[in-house]
Design a protein around this ligand. Structure first.
Ligand SMILES: [Zn+2]
Length: 228
């Protein structure tokens, strides 16, 4: 198999993975209409696969996915890339360890974003997955690198794979696209639970030492033998 065949094979595999993962956004009720998107880096290439702009979730297939370079330029595909492509591209450029990015306007998490409030770490599941609070990123308009810059500035050096972009919605990152989708699902789940807890009173904080222990155990022991 030649190098270009190998690259084409990898691109086809990522197209399928990214296409299939969009169904998880729908199944987990994280998206309305055509909002929301998943992308995945193509291993060994400065390219990523992302959802086409404005195509219904029912019509997404591996073939309708588009391939972009790390500047967000369309490289391969019949549709325009998602309008959030510049933000995904910025993250891939700035964070080489990131292999997948997800964006949603999921209801409860976006409600926290609308108030510009970080979700406090008051559940062991949050300590496990996020290692602390889910932080808020800056208000940023679509159209240039400002959303990407806000995501990277907020998540760099932070344990959380999720950021609530103020007055907007959620961006999550992962070692691969599936991990980023998992973070988006978990982010919405804890946003909902902590919101409900707030209606009943003041949620109890978890001691920072316990947050550290939970995070370390979950990240290093739990599920070690299967990809997260
Ligand atoms: Zn958005």
């Amino acid at each position: 198999m030649s190098g270009s065949d190998l690259e084409a094979g990898r691109a086809a595999a990522v197209r399928r993975i990214v296409s299939d993962l969009h169904a998880e956004l729908v199944r987990n009720r994280l998206v309305a209409w055509t909002a929301g998107n998943v992308s995945g880096r193509i291993p060994g290439a400065d390219l990523f696969v992302i959802k086409p702009s404005g195509v219904s979730y029912d019509e997404l297939t591996p073939e309708t996915m588009v391939v972009c370079d790390l500047d967000g330029n369309l490289v391969e595909g019949e549709h325009r890339p998602s309008s959030d492509t510049a933000a995904h591209a910025y993250v891939y450029r700035a964070m080489p360890e990131v292999g997948g990015v997800v964006h949603t306007h999921s209801t409860y998490a976006s409600a926290w974003a609308a108030r510009g409030e970080a979700i406090p770490c008051v559940l062991t599941a949050m300590a496990d997955e996020f290692g602390g609070e889910i932080p808020v990123g800056p208000f940023a308009l679509i159209g240039d690198d400002s959303i990407g810059q806000g995501i990277v500035a907020t998540l760099s050096g932070h344990r959380s794979p999720a950021v609530l972009m103020r007055s907007h919605g959620v961006f999550t990152i992962g070692a691969d696209p599936r991990a980023a989708v998992k973070a988006a699902v978990m982010c919405e789940d804890v946003a909902r639970t902590v919101h409900v807890a707030r209606q009943l009173g003041e949620p109890l904080p978890i001691a920072p030492d316990d947050v550290d222990r939970l995070y370390d155990r979950y990240q290093n022991v739990y599920g070690q033998r299967s990809p997260r």
